[in-house]
Design a protein around this ligand. Structure first.
Ligand code: GTP
Ligand code: PEP
Length: 211
């Protein structure tokens, strides 16, 4: 089972604020969640998707795409992940958790990553400091260490870094510069459509966004 945590749309992706007009910020966050969820649901190695969220708009979209929704326990990202992976999916299943900000993820990349995972494993983000995926085999607890410096924390907790290249997969979107990078790498259709609608076929540069 795959698990994606998603914060309430109004609060999510605060570092990305200003990349698009303020009133479209929630739409951008939702478009990236949709692209991530569509890619996950398209991966043959994934049995199903659980999105942990307290946001009713996100929940409706996830159900429409064919995913399941679990309530946010309200104690932060790692608590949301533990709840989704260890309690809702349950420890008898293979579980993989991904962040909801991976609009250039492709199903084949996720299949390749999971095919290479022989034990509790993770995929570092493009910067090498964060984490975009943590996978755990049946019988083990997820033990997530997401947050600043999570790649080192996951490694120190015994998880194996997966060696694939996967530049689009690894490009999580935290800032306007990440958004520009992900468009170059090939963002999914929802993110591209939203930015196209805004006349931002190439996302604004950090300088232009802050100006
Ligand atoms: N359910 C749930 N998801 C969370 C929580 N905190 C973060 N997330 C999600 O975890 C993923 C990775 O988080 P970040 O990249 O730090 O996103 P963020 O917290 O929205 O971004 P910033 O406000 O810029 O720090 C995203 O899909 C977030 O929506 C939480 O408390 N509950
Ligand atoms: C929570 C994380 O994401 P970000 O760096 O995108 O906040 C993480 O990488 O562990």
């Amino acid at each position: 089972m795959a698990v994606i945590p998603v914060k309430g749309l109004e609060a999510a992706k605060s570092r990305l604020r200003g990349a698009v007009p303020e009133d479209r910020h929630p739409d951008l966050v939702l478009a990236m969640v949709r692209d991530t969820a569509v890619a996950v649901l398209g991966a043959g190695s994934v049995a199903g998707l659980i999105v942990v969220t307290g946001d009713p708009v996100v929940a409706a979209v996830v159900r429409e795409l064919g995913g399941e929704v679990a309530p946010d326990p309200g104690a932060g990202l790692n608590a949301a992940l533990r709840f989704g992976a260890d309690e809702v999916a349950g420890p008898a299943a293979h579980r993989v958790v991904l962040t909801g900000d991976l609009p250039a993820l492709r199903p084949g990349q996720l299949d390749a990553a999971l095919g290479a995972a022989r034990s509790r494993s993770f995929v570092p983000d493009a910067a090498g400091t964060g984490t975009v995926l943590l996978a755990v085999p049946p019988g083990e607890l997820l033990d997530p260490r997401f947050g600043p410096g999570s790649a080192a924390a996951h490694r120190a907790s015994g998880a194996t870094p997966l060696p694939g290249d996967w530049p689009g997969f690894r490009q999580d979107v935290d800032t306007a510069a990440d958004l520009a990078a992900v468009l170059d790498l090939g963002a999914g259709e929802w993110t591209r459509a939203l930015l196209g609608d805004l006349g931002l076929s190439r996302a604004c540069t950090p300088a232009a966004c802050s100006g």
